[in-house]
Ligand binder design. Sequence first.
Ligand code: CTP
Length: 224
Amino acid sequence: MAPPAEERWLNGDVVVVTAGGTREPIDPVRYIGNRSSGKMGNELAAAAARAGAHALLITAAEVPPEMPGVDMIRVDTAEQMNSAVRTALPGARILIMAAAVADWRPVGVASHKLKKRPGTWTLELVPTVDILAALRDDQARRGVFVVGFAAESDDALANAHTKLRDKALDLIVVNDISRSDIAMGADDNEVTVIDSEGVVESIARAPKAAVATAILRVIRSRLR
Ligand code: CTP
């Protein structure tokens, strides 16, 4: 059953959510990746759709089963995610970057599967595009409420605050990835939402669907 009209506060608004860990290819069969499952982003897109949004999920993880009100785009690399975000942004009201974007990629991609050989092997890496940082002073993000995620294992709040400032975010959702019960890939999460002034809300450990709803509630209070 659809939620009542007052719960559909995002009626018609476009909400762009990124999810999953990007995969940066080494050769046709190998890549550099991370443990992000995409679950948190999936739940955020689903929660936005339940709130009446036209949600667009740009995911580098496995595409989830169809969800009403959610369009999905599958990407592999940071560069592809960047292009998809840029294409989606005009007209969007909210961007939530829940994806774990790789920070480096191999400098080149071998066209054939690299053969095993004796001895050590050094892989040269170059930085990927920082999608949020590149949007910082860009016209494309004008009028878009931008939410980042911070995956932190030490000094979580201080590091997240630096990211919020450097990437000029409206909010950042801080994830403590050193805890095994809420680590990447877990079904539950526990997060702290901060803005430039400090902690806005601590969201207690709960299934990711409930955490997603709580994050959207914070966003709603900020958009009013
Ligand atoms: N992000 C991004 N592009 C990147 C890396 C990260 O847009 N190349 C976004 C993430 O989606 C997230 C936020 O920036 O919303 C913070 O990501 P995180 O991995 O926590 O931090 P980094 O900026 O990559 O810094 P570090 O890895 O040093 O913690």
